[in-house]
Design a protein around this ligand. Structure first.
Ligand code: ADP
Ligand SMILES: O=P(O)(O)O[C@H]1O[C@H](CO)[C@@H](O[C@H]2O[C@H](CO)[C@@H](O)[C@H](O)[C@H]2O)[C@H](O)[C@H]1O
Length: 463
């Protein structure tokens, strides 16, 4: 066994006990065990020791499956004034230590900034940790680090008002999709639609079986100024009674520019309508098995998907999980503020291989149309917004988004394709809501009831 392997039953057990409750742990509803914890080369020689560690996770329901999660730690003396952190554990080299979450530790934040602000490789016992600096021009020494407090599925550190370091929690073997897209679009015509990439961290390590693993660990980007999440921005408009169509139009143009840029990442291919309809039917079947309320719509939705079968249509790299939470309105001045698109990691319920496969741009268009519908439905259900106003708000926003995205409007095939992807997205949402937020399930269910109707086309904004 390579001796960089932590072999810390104490620390491994402690992390194993904490992991199931972590916001970022995707296996919360499964019986999961941390079967190993591998320390990458330490970032500091003496206590406090900052150490990025990789937890190997296995599942009782699928013994062949294994995930790797990134766990940034900071070991401190047990009597350190910072307290015990996650708990005290026995470290084989350091002895008893307080095990702290490095993403919540100001000293660790300084050390991490120092790492990402340089081009460096640290090597120890067959494991390697590398920082790649692409653009350090905005960085200043001593930028204070703090953990980002907003909603997210990974964990980010903010440095001053300049930079953001996003740690990917569930690691993907090889290149991370988000970094790949930011690298590919940076410097090109769509660069203004995304955050500037400052750099990234990657690593390789050897597990107990001698298998070599490689993964990207973190993305270091520009902190977008005065950024408001598109979901909050849209709901504020609804609350103020403000029309969203101009914002939706600029969002449509932004998506179009990003899609044009993404074409350069892997090029164009073709999606086979027969295969895609079959894949959507499989996903529908899975959702029906998980969500009882869907069974009444199963037959009608299944037959609506046949619309794809005679069609072959272009595919390329896309965003994959495009909704209002994945766009930020940036800037304070209403005259100059504009949209940025973030988080190109794709749908969390898909495998990494599926997320990388070229897809149709209509998946992203459908995602945003569904999201606009969600905003209106949420306002009606949870904020007592007038129903007629909210429905009109949604229709106008959806029409403006599609019109700006497509410039010349949709031909009849595109309308049919879009309709099928609206169904597929709402089916996905039913699974997502049933698992995470059952009280929101009526929103995609209502959309599916409308989409199960007999019309095969996308009727402007209304369905
Ligand atoms: N470059 C950025 N600048 C400022 N805030 C950002 C930036 N990127 C993301 N955020 C904030 O972080 C939140 C989560 O980002 P996201 O990339 O979706 O993370 P995750 O994949 O972990 O869910 C966003 O909704 C936004 O509020
Ligand atoms: O965690 P991610 O941002 O990758 O996306 C997941 O969570 C989203 C909810 O936070 C979920 O989006 C659904 O709810 C949104 C409102 O909260 C709505 O705007 C989206 O249209 C709707 O799909 C997303 O599907 C899921 O992948």
């Amino acid at each position: 066994m390579p001796n960089h392997q932590s072999r810390l039953s104490g620390v491994t057990e402690l992390i194993g006990a904490k992991l199931p409750a972590a916001r970022w742990f995707a296996g919360r509803n499964r019986e999961a065990t941390v079967t190993g914890l591998t320390a990458l080369p330490a970032l500091t020689p003496d206590l406090p020791v900052v150490s990025l560690e990789i937890a190997e996770v296995r599942y009782a329901d699928d013994p062949d499956a294994m995930d790797h999660y990134l766990v940034p730690l900071c070991y401190r003396a047990p009597a350190d004034p910072a307290g015990p952190g996650l708990g005290i554990a026995e470290h084989p080299r350091l002895g008893p230590v307080g095990v702290h979450d490095a993403t919540a530790d100001p000293y660790a934040a300084d050390v991490l900034l120092d790492l990402v602000a340089s081009d460096r490789e640290l090597v120890s016992h067959g494991a390697s940790l590398r920082s790649h600096l692409v653009d350090g021009s905005a960085l200043r020494p001593g930028l204070p680090g703090r953990r980002f407090g907003g909603e997210q599925s990974n964990t980010s550190l903010m440095f001053g008002d300049v930079a953001m370091l996003k740690f990917f929690r569930r690691l993907e073997a090889g290149d991370n999709l988000d970094i790949e897209v930011h690298r590919a679009l940076g410097g090109g015509p769509a660069a203004g639609r995304i955050a500037t990439l400052f750099g990234w961290l990657d690593a390789s390590w050897i597990d107990r079986d001698g298998t070599i693993h490689e993964a990207d660990l973190a993305m270091f980007v520009e902190q977008l100024p005065h950024a408001v999440d598109g979901w909050d921005f849209a709901l504020d408009c609804l609350r103020r009674g403000e029309d969203f169509s101009a914002y939706a139009g600029s969002l449509g143009r932004a998506l179009r520019e990003v899609h044009d840029g993404l074409l350069g990442l892997g090029g164009a291919s073709v999606r086979d309508g027969v295969e895609e309809a079959a894949a959507m039917r499989t996903r529908l079947g899975t959702a029906v098995a998980e969500v009882d309320q869907l069974s009444a719509l199963h037959g009608a939705l299944d037959s609506r998907l046949s619309v794809l079968e005679p069609l072959d249509y272009p595919a390329q790299r896309v965003h994959g999980d495009f909704h209002l939470g994945q766009v930020l309105m940036v800037g304070r001045d209403p005259a100059t503020r504009s949209w940025r698109i973030i988080d190109f990691e794709g749908e969390p319920l898909k495998s990494f291989a599926e997320r990388r496969t070229p897809d149709t741009v209509w998946r992203d268009v459908a995602g945003m149309l569904r999201s606009l519908d969600y905003a209106g439905a949420y306002a009606i259900r949870h904020e007592q917004t007038d129903s007629a106003f909210a429905q009109e708000w949604v229709s106008r926003a959806r029409e403006a988004f599609v019109a700006a995205y497509s410039e010349d409007g949709l031909d009849s095939d595109q309308q049919r394709i879009l309709r099928a992807y609206l169904i597929d997205k709402a089916v996905y949402e039913c699974r997502y809501e049933a698992r995470h937020r059952p009280e929101w399930l009526p929103i995609p269910l209502a959309a599916l009831a409308a989409l199960a109707g007999t019309d095969d086309t996308f009727d402007g904004g209304r369905k």
